[in-house]
Ligand binder design. Structure first.
Ligand code: NAD
Length: 260
């Protein structure tokens, strides 16, 4: 049951840090060549760390909210590696709870632009690239908040993440017969800067208060906060032949949180 991605190429967005970086490492550990894409210039150093594992790796700087930049990213992956087999569309921002009447329209638009349209632009350009070599697997990062609402949570984040699951289902139906599998992953609370209450700024600012963290912990049957590697390994599994009949589904990776 060993997963061997030698000769395969994976593209990960939001790969400078957090879940995206862990997924890039998991792809590399399975032997894939990896393109790490991110809006942060730190992505170059992250790609170097992946290359140090002994696979081909390169960095690409972009804003996923820009369709042209997503197209250039995919073109660069094809130029660099000659094919595209797997994509993990993971780049995203967080937000914090406010009553809907207090959510500025600009914050709503920014959330939708990055967390939903960003996935649309990536998938749109990845599919033709994958079809050149007979298909591939796309995993979009949603959230437990793509499947349900939770108390004290941002309405714009939950709306965008529900949209990711809808997009994923329709792409799976539209392109399955062409050899494309399209899946969503739904992490529970994962220890990254996105949810770090001490995070001081940057586009992922917001974090979650310690009380919310405690709320998640108490309701997670496995009694721990998830680690980025929990998601990275699951993404690799979803892309592998072990998951070859899974299409259009969303996989909850949340320690059992939403079952309770
Ligand atoms: N951490 C959690 O608890 C959790 C839970 C469910 C879902 N998620 C999702 O996981 C994904 C990754 O988040 P994380 O927790 O690793 O956070 P993170 O803040 O550590 O990493 C997010 C990465 O995305 C990049 N990014 C943000 N906006 C971008 C843009 N417009 N273009 C390109 N890159 C951009 C950032 O620079 C950063 O490197 C997000 O989509 C998030 O919504 C996280």
């Amino acid at each position: 049951m060993q997963i061997d991605f030698s000769g395969k190429v994976a593209l990960v967005t939001g790969a400078a840090q957090g879940i995206g970086f862990a997924a890039a490492r998991a792809f590399a550990e399975a032997g894939a060549s990896v393109m790490l894409a991110d809006r942060s210039p730190a992505v170059a150093a992250s790609a170097e760390k992946i290359a140090a594992l002994g696979v081909e790796a390169c960095a690409f700087e972009l804003d996923v909210a820009d369709s042209d930049q997503c197209e250039s990213m995919v073109a660069k992956a094809l130029k660099q590696f000659g094919r595209l087999d797997f994509a993990f569309n993971n780049a995203g921002i967080g937000s914090h709870y406010r009553p809907i009447s207090d959510v500025p329209d600009a914050d709503w638009r920014q959330m939708l632009d990055i967390n939903l349209s960003g996935v649309f632009y990536c998938v749109k350009h990845q599919i033709p690239a994958m079809l050149r070599t007979g298909g591939g697997v796309i995993v979009n990062n949603s959230s437990v908040l793509g499947t349900r609402a939770l108390p004290d949570t941002s309405v714009e984040y939950t709306a965008a993440k529900h949209g990711v699951i809808g997009l994923t289902r329709q792409v799976a139906v539209n392109h399955g017969a062409e050899g494309i599998r399209c899946l969503a992953i739904c992490p529970g609370l994962i220890d990254t800067q996105l949810v770090d209450p001490d995070s001081t700024g940057g586009i992922a600012a917001g974090g979650i208060p310690p009380t919310t963290r405690e709320w998640f912990l108490q309701r997670t049957p496995l009694a721990r906060i998830g680690q980025p590697e929990d998601i990275g390994r699951s993404v690799v599994l979803m892309c592998s032949e072990q998951a070859s009949f899974i299409n259009g589904s969303h996989l909850l990776v949340d320690g059992g949180l939403v079952q309770g």
